[in-house]
Design a binder for this molecule. Structure first.
Ligand code: HEM
Length: 295
């Protein structure tokens, strides 16, 4: 069962319980005596607060449940309920506080709640959008297979470079060793290519200098110029084959980088959602403590 099925399950199985929960919360809210200001300090306010806190603890416990039980169907059911109740809890909290929020620990809890729910919605969108993009990108090939093909292309490029001249060989070798893939979280998520290559100076000087080689563009320009300038027919053939091979290498690198980026977003949002949940639960704990002992 994939994530789309979890969404369908969420709508089919948990929308009615969530609706009943909201109706109960609304009933509690409106049953507060007319005339007195509606707030969390009536018995209905305490009941709504207790309900919200229990929901938050249950929602937060998904991290533990997910890792402890291995039945995929169970986890899908929990995730489905998690999404529906995660949205419903915002309404329960608003009714609990009568939307009276200030710049204090109580307001902070609400801001954290919105951040957790916002990041949860982003994650759900990622789970829906990214997998079809990954399937489209991979076309039945795994990342390991792409990496295997890349290694094979590297070896063929080096062999062809050796058959040309030492300058071309150095350029190709440096472009291969200077190729960066998935180095650092930011580069993974943005897909930015910081690869470099040591190419001979443009003015014809013998000194090779390291330069940016994003998308293997600098190496391709250098090889295209070398094809035009070479007077050795044998070298021209090798250089032309190199140009074709580098184009294939570039295509493979693009695919692997996009694969890393999509997979990265699928994982990285949890690094926001999880810690924000911990901060939210801590803030709610302080909120309850302050209300009972200092308010
Ligand atoms: C106050 C509300 C919420 C809390 C406290 C909460 C908390 C959590 C926690 C602790 C996890 C597990 C993190 C981990 O495995 O590292 C999680 C996962 C998740 N949450 Fe939330 N969440 C909330 C609201 C939402 C909402 C509104 C949505 C989407 C509409 C959502 C979508 C998800 C998804 C898709 C997962 C990943 C499940 C998986 O890995 O299979 N969450 N959430």
């Amino acid at each position: 069962m994939n994530f789309e099925d979890s969404m369908r399950l969420a709508v089919r199985r948990f929308l009615l319980p969530a609706g009943l929960l909201l109706v109960t919360a609304l009933w509690l809210y409106q049953s507060q005596p007319i005339g007195s200001p509606r707030s969390g300090s009536s018995w209905q306010g305490y009941a709504l607060g207790g309900l919200a806190a229990a929901l938050l603890v249950w929602l937060g416990a998904l991290g533990v449940r997910k890792r402890r039980y291995f039945s995929a169907d169970n986890v899908r059911g929990w995730v489905a309920a998690h999404m529906v109740l995660g949205l419903a809890v915002v309404v329960v909290v608003l009714l609990h506080s009568s939307a009276n929020l200030g710049w204090n620990v109580h307001g902070l809890s609400f801001v954290l709640l919105l951040l957790v729910v916002g990041s949860g919605v982003c994650g759900a969108v990622f789970y829906l959008v990214m997998p079809p993009l990954l399937v489209d990108l991979r076309q039945g090939t795994s990342r390991e297979e792409f990496l295997g093909e890349l290694r094979a292309a590297d070896e063929r490029c080096l062999a062809l470079g050796q058959r040309c001249n030492p300058e071309v060989e150095l350029a190709v070798r440096s472009a291969i060793t200077g190729t960066l893939l998935g180095e650092g979280l930011i580069a993974q998520l943005t897909g930015k290519d910081h690869s470099t290559a040591k190419l001979p100076a443009q003015d014809g000087g013998a000194e090779s200098s390291a330069q940016a080689n994003a998308d293997q563009a600098a190496l391709q320009r250098y090889l295209a110029a070398a094809v035009v300038e070479s007077h050795n027919p044998q070298h021209v053939v090798h250089l032309q084959n190199l140009v074709l091979l580098i184009a294939r290498r570039r295509e493979l690198l693009r695919r692997i980088r996009t694969d890393i980026r999509l997979q990265g977003w699928l994982r990285a949002w949890l690094l926001v959602h999880g810690p924000l949940t911990a901060a939210l639960l801590a803030a709610v704990f302080v909120h309850v403590f302050v209300v009972f002992f200092y308010w």
